[in-house]
Design a protein around this ligand. Structure first.
Ligand code: PMP
Ligand code: GLN
Length: 392
């Protein structure tokens, strides 16, 4: 029979909503991906590598040029001092990097503190690794933790804290003070931090991404996870990085070797080339995305929606009761795709316990005309929702 942890799992909300979007021919502001094709030069490099490069198994920890390029990139962008040979492992997306971290670092019964709203892969893989998710609950509008909240969750079995910064789905970019609290707790209780920083470059003017690994006492106890899919708006490529001190990297690589062993060499080579030659892209991309965020925000506000601030990621969130919607986020998301032709993600899907059910996530990495039409459709969905409520 199937393993009960997996048998009981629902299909991810991203697959469900993208499936409904296809079925209803809806505008898809649900699953997070850009509607542009991604940087041409990097795609050309991947094509060239496919035709003329080496397409056999690459080395297990990743090709040397990519590991070197990742170390050089983080030295430039975040002043980190990774040694490419002993501290960088290439994975098949951040999803694999996360799974490798949980499998390699948790022993049966170890507790891992997770912040809800949390990315959907964390808790199921932690459980399958024998770990016990311990859920902290962040709430709108600030979505913040404090030391008291964290200390209350710590027990003698606590082994790790998982941080997603910038945070999907809320678009919060945690700064110096919040991160210092987290680092202080990790050091005081001898915890590992697994840092899902896939959105580190999708940060808008006014906010700065600070890697937790750079905080005092964190260098040897942090696993930093990145994703080329988010850096270069090529979400389907699934090229990720695990960055950690050598004793952690050694054991992470042992998990990686039996998860996927390696990652497509043409894509690794193209990402290495992109990191070396396309620094300009990493500057332009957040500027373009911020303009899309502003366009969607202004359009929604004109229609009377209450939009929460977004400092990073492809996402903004809407407060439904503040926008006049009287049903919960899941019901409104289903109504929007079925009756108004626009797809969103209910933030309650990022909670296992005591969900926040009043917030809807919208992806703004889309063309202006798509965003404008989506605003009209969301307004229609709200009107239908109000009418249904008044009837009921
Ligand atoms: N973590 C978070 C917070 C994400 O938003 C995503 C994807 N959007 C991932 C992990 C997975 O990244 P990848 O596609 O590189 O596996
Ligand atoms: N990370 C993407 C999002 O938040 C979805 C990735 C997936 O579909 N698994 O929309």
């Amino acid at each position: 029979m199937a393993n009960p942890i997996y048998a009981a799992l629902p299909t991810t909300i991203f697959s469900i909503m993208s499936g409904l979007a296809r079925e209803h021919g809806a505008i898809n502001l649900g699953q997070g991906f850009p509607d542009a094709p991604g940087p041409l030069a990097i795609r050309q490099k991947a094509a060239d590598e496919t035709l003329n490069g080496d397409n056999q198994y690459p080395p297990m920890p990743g090709i040397a040029p990519l590991r070197q390029a990742v170390a050089a990139h983080y030295a430039r962008a975040q002043r980190l001092d990774f040694d490419w040979a002993s501290e960088i492992t290439v994975t098949s997306g951040a999803t694999e990097a996360l799974a490798a971290s949980f499998l390699a670092l948790l022993e049966p019964g170890d507790e891992a503190i997770l912040f809800q709203p949390m990315y959907d892969s964390y808790a199921p893989v932690i459980r399958r690794a024998g770990g016990v998710p311990v859920l902290a609950r962040l709430a709108p509008p600030a979505w913040r933790w404090d030391r008291t909240m964290l200390e209350a969750l710590i027990t003698p079995r606590t082994r790790m804290i998982v941080l997603n910064n910038p945070l999907n789905p809320t678009g919060v970019v945690y700064g110096e003070d919040d991160l210092a609290v987290l680092a202080g707790v990790c050091v005081a209780h001898d915890l590992i931090a697994v840092c899902d920083e896939v959105w580190e470059h999708v940060v808008f003017a006014g906010a700065v991404h600070r890697p937790l690994i750079a905080f005092p006492g964190m260098r040897g106890r942090t696993v930093k996870i990145g994703s080329a899919g988010k850096m270069f708006a090529l979400t389907g490529w699934k090229v990720g990085f695990l960055c950690a001190a050598p004793p952690l990297t050694e054991v992470l690589a042992k998990a990686h070797q039996f998860l996927t062993f390696t990652t497509a060499p043409n894509l690794q080579a193209a990402v290495a080339w992109g990191l070396e030659h396309c620094a300009g892209w990493l500057d332009e991309m957040p500027r373009d995305l911020a303009a899309s965020r502003d366009r969607l925000t202004e359009g929604l506000r004109r229609e009377g929606f209450a939009v929460l601030p977004s400092a990073g990621t492809y996402f903004l969130t809407v407060d439904l009761p503040g926008s006049g919607v009287l049903e919960d986020d899941l019901a409104f998301a289903y109504r929007s795709v079925r009756e108004a032709g626009v797809t969103a993600i209910p933030v309650s899907a990022f909670y296992e316990r005591e969900p926040v059910t009043s917030i809807l996530r919208l992806c703004f990495s889309k063309a202006d005309a798509t965003l404008d039409e989506a605003v009209l459709r969301l307004a229609k969905a709200r009107d239908l929702s109000i009418r249904a409520h008044n009837r009921g």
